[in-house]
Design a protein around this ligand. Structure first.
Ligand SMILES: [Zn+2]
Ligand SMILES: [Zn+2]
Length: 375
C-alpha cells in the first residue's frame, strides 16, 4: 500500500545536500517510560585479528552508523596477520579505537575493550567485553580465560551458536559445558543474530529466555560495514538495541546485565516480550483525524518513527476501508488506514500481530494501540 513520508521537507533537505534518502545513522525515539534506546555493536574485528581494516575505520563507521556503543573484540587465538602486525599487547586495537574516538570528538560514542575467546566445541567462540586488560585472557584453558574476564567485571556472551561448522543442522543448542558456565556466573548472554555468518536463530532466542541470558545481535564485522550491509544505501548492520536509563557506560552495562535488550537485524526484532514491546511502542503510534460527520469510517495515520519497517497483521474487530489486514509500515513514514467504525467512538483501538517482532521461538508480538479521536 502507499505510504507517505514522515517529513517531506526534511527528506528534500537530505537529498538536496547529496545524502541518500535513507539516513544512514540510526535514530530511535525514547521508550514511553523514558528509557534511551542505545544502538550497540558488541562484536567487531580489525587487522589486529582476522579483520580487514585498521581499528580507526571501525570507529568512523560506528559514528556514521549512529551507534552509541562499539566493542572491539579481536580473536585472542586466531591471529592470521601476526607476522605483519605483531602486538604482544592485546589491548592495542581498543587503544587505537579509543584514541580515534577522542581525536574525532565523537562524544556520543562509547568504545569498550573486549576479546573473542576462540576455541573448538564445546567452548566455541565466546566474547568478553568491558575488559581492563585483554592480555589476562590469554590462557591455555578457555574456562580460565572466562574466570579472568569475570575478575575484571566483564559481560560474557556466546557467539553464533547456530554456526554451521559447529552445528551442521543450524539448530542452536546449549551444551552441558555452557550450562556449567552459566551456573558459574561465567556466561551472561547469547547472540541470536550474527551479521557475518548470516546467523538468525529463533532457537537461540528461546535458549536466552529459558536460561536467563541477555539477547544480542551483532555484526561480527570483518570487512567494511558499507560493503557487507549496504550501509548508507538502505541497509544497516545487525546490532543490539539496549534500553538504558541514561546515555552512559554505567547505565548501558547495567541494562545489559539486566537483560533489557532487543536484537535488530534487517527488519527483524528479537527479544524478551517487555523489551520488544517497549521498542515497538516507541516506534509506532496512531494519529486519528476527526470523523467527517458524513461517513462512519475514520482516517488514521499509523506513524512509524523508527528506521525499520514493520509488517503487521490486523487482528482487531475493526477492518479497513482502504486495505486488507496485512499492513506494511515503511520506516520513518506515515501509513494511512481508514478504519470502519460506528461514527460515535471517542477512541480508536487497533490490535496487530507484529510479524517482524519475535518474543519466543516462532512467536510474534501482539500489540494494541489506542488514541483519542478529536471531537
Ligand atoms: Zn566467532
Ligand atoms: Zn568474531
Amino acid at each position: 500500500m502507499k505510504t507517505k513520508l514522515l517529513s517531506a521537507a526534511a527528506m528534500v533537505a537530505v537529498v538536496a545536500c547529496g545524502a541518500s534518502a535513507h539516513e544512514r545513522a540510526v535514530e530511535f525515539p525514547n521508550t514511553k517510560d523514558g528509557r534511551i534506546i542505545l544502538a550497540a555493536d558488541l562484536h567487531t574485528h580489525s587487522v589486529f585479528s582476522d579483520g580487514e581494516v585498521w581499528p580507526s575505520i571501525r570507529v568512523q563507521e560506528a559514528h556514521k552508523d549512529g551507534l552509541e556503543v562499539l566493542a572491539v573484540t579481536e580473536h585472542l587465538e586466531h591471529q592470521p596477520h601476526k607476522a605483519d602486525i605483531p602486538h604482544p599487547d592485546r589491548n592495542r586495537s581498543y587503544q587505537i579505537a579509543e584514541e580515534t574516538r577522542e581525536r574525532s570528538d565523537y562524544d556520543e560514542l562509547i568504545v569498550i575493550n573486549g576479546a573473542e575467546v576462540t576455541r573448538g566445541p564445546p567452548h566455541g567462540h565466546i566474547n568478553a567485553i568491558f575488559l581492563d586488560d585483554a592480555n589476562a585472557l590469554l590462557q591455555d584453558d578457555p574456562k580460565d580465560a572466562l574466570i579472568a574476564a569475570k575478575a575484571q567485571g566483564a559481560f560474557v556472551f556466546l557467539n553464533h551458536p547456530n554456526w554451521l561448522p559447529h552445528t551442521p543442522d543450524g539448530i542452536a543448542r546449549l551444551t552441558d559445558y555452557h550450562k556449567e558456565l552459566i551456573a558459574g556466573g561465567l556466561l551472561q548472554g547469547v547472540e541470536v543474530v550474527n551479521g557475518t555468518l548470516d546467523g538468525h536463530s529463533e532457537h537461540a532466542l528461546q535458549i536466552a529466555l529459558d536460561n536467563n541470558l541477555t539477547v544480542l545481535g551483532t555484526s561480527d564485522i570483518h570487512g567494511l560495514v558499507d560493503w557487507t550491509h549496504e550501509a548508507g544505501h538502505g541497509g544497516h548492520r545487525p546490532m543490539t538495541l539496549v534500553l538504558a536509563k541514561a546515555h552512559t557506560q554505567d547505565a548501558f552495562k547495567d541494562a545489559l546485565f539486566n537483560k533489557h535488550t532487543v536484537a535488530w537485524s534487517y527488519d527483524d526484532l528479537l527479544g524478551r516480550e517487555d523489551d520488544v514491546r517497549a521498542v515497538v511502542e516507541a516506534c509506532l503510534s496512531l494519529e486519528p483525524s476527526a470523523f467527517d460527520g458524513k461517513y462512519t469510517v475514520l482516517p488514521v495515520s499509523l506513524v512509524n518513527a523508527c528506521p525499520l519497517s514493520f509488517t503487521l497483521l490486523n487482528t482487531s474487530e475493526a477492518t479497513f476501508q482502504n486495505t486488507g489486514d496485512s499492513v506494511h509500515a515503511e520506516r520513518n513514514s506515515e501509513t494511512p488506514l481508514t478504519v470502519r467504525l460506528n461514527g460515535d467512538e471517542d477512541k480508536v483501538i487497533l490490535t496487530f500481530t507484529v510479524l517482524n517482532a519475535q518474543i519466543g521461538f516462532r512467536k510474534p508480538l501482539s500489540v494494541t494501540f489506542e488514541a483519542n479521536i478529536p471531537g
